[in-house]
Design a binder for this molecule. Structure first.
Ligand SMILES: NC(=O)C1=CN([C@@H]2O[C@H](COP(=O)(O)OP(=O)(O)OC[C@H]3O[C@@H](n4cnc5c(N)ncnc54)[C@H](O)[C@@H]3O)[C@@H](O)[C@H]2O)C=CC1
Ligand SMILES: CC(=O)[C@](C)(O)C(=O)O
Ligand SMILES: [Mg+2]
Ligand SMILES: [Mg+2]
Length: 352
């Protein structure tokens, strides 16, 4: 494992170069990896493993849309695609990729099939860390670890097909066989990770829940909405407000940040913009920091996990989520965005 310096702190990272796919294939050659659930992470991880020559099967409820999707993706019923219980029986590694709330419901069934020496694999620290809420307590004679890709399962697959890897975290909760480390790293490589960063279950879930509620998803929509609403209230048109809030960020400036950091993006903007951004960023940091403190506390005390479990275990949770997503989609800001996006060259309808 490589020791790398992250802004002054040394951390352990496993790279594809030091742990090549051939090594992962060798270590996993006698394993049957059962991917349980075929939602967002399921397809990405199962297809990447299949293309990487791993013996992978999928467990999914029959007569569901995702069963049909698995068939379209090349999994063969009775050979590599099974009802969940049969896949649990056949698997030596169980990749538990149901939604976090659904994992609670199915846990008694999964536990039944966790015989000595098998491995239980998660892509989140949720079930284990919040065990008082989930009841997920694995038997002592199985390995328990996680590989958590730091991005959507959709990106995991896309980046794999482009020959790139997505960064993942990995952690070992329980090493019953003495092989947990080689198993987890091999699986991490097999599912399409580029680099594997070491963590533990608790840290993974605390940071992940904070990130998605914070800058990655919740906060970003919040500050977009705040700026858009101010611009609109001062008489700016929807298109101008949208362009100055979202479009310029995603199309022009964020790619520069991704490429080479914030100072690089700043340096490629006008000196006027640089002056203003350097003057204002700390004010925004200070204004939002108390909200981040409140958020972390809500994660750490188990309030966020409980809320997720409570809402996602209702039978109509999908319908309710869809309605809330539709509210976002139908807002003036994102409707303006739809029109702005339609103007991009790739979205222009070419006249015959
Ligand atoms: N969505 C993502 O890209 C990411 C997800 N994760 C983690 O990966 C895990 C899987 O997440 P997703 O792929 O988003 O899950 P998902 O919400 O897409 O659901 C996965 C599968 O669960 C099945 N399912 C739902 N309720 C069920 C039930 N009661 N019985 C049987 N099957 C049921 C669905 O049919 C679906 O195939 C979670 O632990 C999540 O936190 C981690 C990183 C990113
Ligand atoms: C994509 C990802 O890593 C998230 C945002 O944490 C998630 O989907 O849970
Ligand atoms: Mg998450
Ligand atoms: Mg995440």
């Amino acid at each position: 494992m490589a020791k790398l310096n992250f802004g002054g702190t040394e951390e352990t990272v496993v790279t594809r170069e030091e742990f090549p796919l051939s090594k992962a294939q060798e270590i996993l050659k006698n394993e049957t990896v059962a991917v349980i659930g075929y939602g967002v992470q399921g397809p990405g991880q199962a297809l990447n493993q299949k293309d990487n020559g791993i013996n992978v099967i999928v467990g999914q409820r029959k007569n569901s849309k995702t069963w049909d999707k698995a068939v379209r993706d090349g999994f063969v019923p009775g050979e590599t695609l099974f009802e969940i219980e049969e896949a649990l029986e056949r698997g030596t590694v169980i990749c538990y990729l149901l939604s976090d709330a659904a994992q609670i419901e199915l846990w008694p069934t999964v536990k039944k099939h966790l015989t000595a020496g098998k491995a239980l694999y998660f892509s989140h620290g949720f079930g284990i860390t919040f065990k008082e809420q989930t009841g997920i307590i694995p038997p002592a004679d199985v390995d328990v670890f996680l590989v958590a890709p730091k991005g959507s399962g959709t990106s995991l697959r896309r980046m794999f097909l482009e020959g790139r890897g997505l960064n993942s975290s990995f952690a070992i909760f329980q090493d019953a066989t003495g092989r947990a480390f080689e198993r987890v790293i091999s699986l991490g490589i097999a599912v399409g990770s580029g680099y594997l960063f070491e963590t533990d279950f608790r840290k993974e879930v605390f940071s992940d829940l904070t990130g998605e509620r914070g800058t990655l998803m919740g906060c970003i929509q919040g500050i977009f909405a705040a700026q858009y609403e101010v611009l609109r209230s001062k008489g700016h048109s929807p298109s101008e407000s949208f362009n100055e809030t979202v479009e310029e960020l995603t199309q022009s400036l964020m790619p520069l940040v991704a490429e080479n950091g914030m100072d690089w993006m700043y340096a490629n903007c006008s000196t006027t913009a640089q002056r203003g951004a350097l003057d204002w960023w700390k004010k925004f940091r200070d204004a939002t920091k108390p909200v981040f403190e409140e958020l972390y506390e809500s994660v750490a005390t188990g309030k966020e996990s409980q809320r997720s479990i409570d809402s996602n275990s209702q039978p109509d949770y999908r319908v309710k989520l869809d309605a809330e997503l539709a509210e976002l989609r139908d807002s003036e800001m994102w409707q303006s965005g739809k029109t702005v996006r339609s103007l991009r060259p790739e979205n222009q309808v070419v006249e015959a």
